[in-house]
Write a protein that binds this ligand. Sequence first.
Ligand SMILES: [Zn+2]
Length: 195
Amino acid sequence: MSTLTHGKVVRLSDRLCRITAPNPGLMTGAGTNTYIVGDNEIAIVDPGPVESSHIDAILNSVGDRIKWVVVTHTHLDHSPAAVPIAKATGAQMVGMPPADDLFQDKTFKPDWAMQHDDVIVADDFHLRAIHTPGHVSNHLCFLLEEEGTLLAGDHIMNGSTVVIVPPSGDMKAYIESLQRLEAIRYSILVLRMAS
Ligand SMILES: [Zn+2]
């Protein structure tokens, strides 16, 4: 398990910061990673559990600029803080509706029910949804197009394999989603070589 500090904003790139929630455990590693995308207009990706210290850390750092609260999927360690953050900021809740299994956050009701290839357009970034079922049927990865960075949710884990629990989890769909990402990675490489 890594030594991420909970509640601290860590800058990863020009357009991307991370705050790790204080929910370390077997399924969450060091804790849920919440990503802050953008500067003036901000998208929060995977707001995490309803933990007041985590929500306060997000709101205190960028609460005045949040326009979208985005979830990769609706497992209980990823999405429940979407509702309080949206209420506090007026932000739009974005993602796929909860999947049909036992481990879902039913409080998440998206204002924008995303489809594959939908794009959040902000003044300084484009965040493209890539439907990646497998871990769970309503899983999205998000490509930060300006940086070629993928926010992978629970589709790809650092130091662990991914839990796939039927019926919403599906190994065939999982492999096909990995192949979809591989194709996108090659198209990015080709575009970069051409530019
Ligand atoms: Zn999950």
